[in-house]
Design a protein around this ligand. Sequence first.
Ligand code: CMC
Length: 425
Amino acid sequence: MTEKKATLTIEGKEPIELPMYSGTKGPDVVDVRGLLKHGVFTYDPGFMSTASCESQITFIDGNKGILLHRGYPIEELADNADYLETCYLLLYGDLPNAEQKAKFNHSIMHHTMVHQQIHTFFNGFRRDSHPMAIMVAVVGALAAFYHDSLDINDQNHREITAHRLISKMPTIAAMVYKYSIGQPFAYPRNDLDYASNFLHMMFSNPCEEYKVNPVMAAAMDKIFILHADHEQNASTSTVRLTGSTGANPFACISAGIAALWGPAHGGANEAVLSMLEEIGDESNIEAFIERAKDKNDPFRLMGFGHRVYKNYDPRAKVMKAHADEVLKELGQVNDPLLKIAMKLEKIALEDEYFVQKKLYPNVDFYSGILLRAMGIPTSMFTVIFALGRTAGWIAHWKEMIDGDYRIGRPRQLYTGATERQYPKK
Ligand code: CMC
């Protein structure tokens, strides 16, 4: 990192010199840590222009629509890598060679089972619980099963926990689905690849043979790759903040799942489908577009817009191509919801409001359509996002714990009451 200087001038004070750093890509940053001793804080609600940490995992150029994991463009990873290779890349910084890949895959595919006692948790939930509510609880509860490896200062403990989380997320996610439909849990099959095993646990039942459709497995693997990481988004920042307290990694990932659930973040894929269903017919699209533009209406076009991308979300492009492929394979190209989605996208992309505000479709716009075509129920969409994102969360958690970190503790601009006395009785 090269060092430059910035000078901050505050009325009535001597100019304050602040160090600046340049990363390998992206805007330079001004190091404001020394400001405290001058009696001022910076103010940036929503982190509009604040780098919360230094990281080497993922880079996004939002204006150009570029997403790189450890330097590799997402399009190239989606075309050439599989999800577990992407996980390895995120965790360890480089693509694995054949031996490393085989070892990593073996480790991930041999930690897939959850403790039998976890099965009994499920009975405590209503069958109609939202799957994300169960995910938050069960993933957090994994800490109760692995106290032998919860020392975050032990490199081996961190390693085994990272593998366990990536291994067990599909198992837990599929259990949530099976519980919701009243079917027995399907045990993982370690002879299958990661995505096929997930589909097996979701859709097989003891009464008949289930054969994984390779097109579906390939599409699911792509979905996982496209969700694997996205630098310092709300859920990843939540994982880092939680981790900065020394909390165990299962608690951190559970916190990340909770943050992802919101409709402005991962919950958007579910919200896109609900929106398309509410629109119901192509003739209603214009009215919904008008609602999205109306400042007095809280309705937003779900699956559109992004804090960082002011261009097409590169993940959305790849997702769209795969959605087209899978819909063709499954004979669903005439799906009425897909038609509404395509028309909605076209209208929005040409509308002055969306063009001027640079609101493009994001990854969630197409992932919902693809997941629905694959027979995944809407309420499971965000769970699948969480499953894919676990690799990114745990990579960021590891990067933070491996390095030099302090507890994350923001300050505030206080505008409440000044000191006053409790009324005398
Ligand atoms: N529909 C209509 N108007 C929008 C939309 C939308 N989807 N998104 C942003 N705007 C408008 C917003 O009203 C604001 O207008 P103005 O400047 O006149 O006040 C302007 O565009 C900027 O929006 P913002 O809310 O200040 O932007 P943000 O960076 O704080 O929010 C966002 C980003 C993703 C939360 C937002 O675009 C949104 O709510 N989109 C819909 C939800 C969605 O699809 N989320 C998934 C994000 S991608 C997956 C992930 O990373 O989780």
